[in-house]
Ligand binder design. Structure first.
Ligand code: GTP
Ligand code: MN
Ligand code: MN
Ligand code: MN
Ligand code: MN
Ligand code: MN
Length: 199
């Protein structure tokens, strides 16, 4: 499912590049908000120490660990659960936009998606708020993404109007579409509305 010009192997061949791996953990749910608005999917993101929203994961050093072992290590730190991640869950990688025009850091961000059972997702949320070593430090809390739009403009639009780390926002939007979690028209409406919220 890899898109863009950079393959996993191509990314790993870059000498002098740093690598970061993040994952979208999600499940289906039959739960309804207020007993009438279908929630459809639970998608886990986090409020980071810097006040930005992002996916769980972090820096990986491929000379010491595989990308997937490194991501599992980060998930243990941030979520308190050792989730196995496989190379098949790798769905995208790209060069992060340079933090400054003169920046030479060359960060490659790898993205994974992993579908789970609702009970597993709830267990992750429980551990993330209790046993995870990063809880209250690098990670301020896990948050679920509201996929619905309420009549008075609540839901996905205001969620997307928050500030995100790196390209986490476009990773979210991209895979909501690619995994068929939202209708394109509904997503485009929420995106358009999200841009008007703070102006
Ligand atoms: P430290 O333990 O403090 O090093 O943090 P970490 O290893 O958990 O790293 P972090 O999760 O902050 O990710 C490393 C870098 O990847 C960040 O500085 C961002 O540039 C980028 N990044 C973080 N989260 C995301 C995300 O959800 N999506 C994308 N595309 N990039 C991210
Ligand atoms: Mn209430
Ligand atoms: Mn971390
Ligand atoms: Mn992290
Ligand atoms: Mn780290
Ligand atoms: Mn850390």
């Amino acid at each position: 499912m890899t898109s863009g010009q950079l393959s996993r192997a191509g990314a790993l061949a870059c000498s002098g590049c740093r690598h970061a791996c993040h994952v979208m953990l999600y499940c289906d749910t039959k739960t309804q908000l207020f007993g009438r608005i279908p929630i459809r999917h639970i998608i886990l993101m986090q409020m980071r120490f810097d006040g930005l929203l992002g996916f769980p994961g972090g820096y990986v050093n491929p000379s010491e660990e595989t990308l997937e072992a490194g991501l599992s290590r980060e998930l243990l730190e941030e979520l308190g659960v050792a989730l196995p991640i496989s190379a098949e869950d790798h769905v995208d990688c790209c060069h992060a936009p340079a933090s400054s025009p003169s920046s030479t850091s060359r960060l490659i961000t790898h993205f994974y998606v992993k579908k789970m059972e609702e009970e597993q997702i709830k267990e992750v949320e429980k551990e993330a708020a209790s046993t995870a070593t990063d809880h209250g430090q690098e990670v301020l809390g896990m948050v679920r993404v509201p996929l619905y739009n309420t009549k008075n403009g609540g839901g996905l639009a205001p969620f997307l109007s928050h500030s995100f780390i790196g390209n986490a926002r476009s990773q979210l939007v991209d895979f909501l579409l690619r995994l068929d979690m939202i209708a394109p028209e509904e997503l485009h409406k929420a995106l358009a509305h999200s841009l008007k919220i703070h102006t």
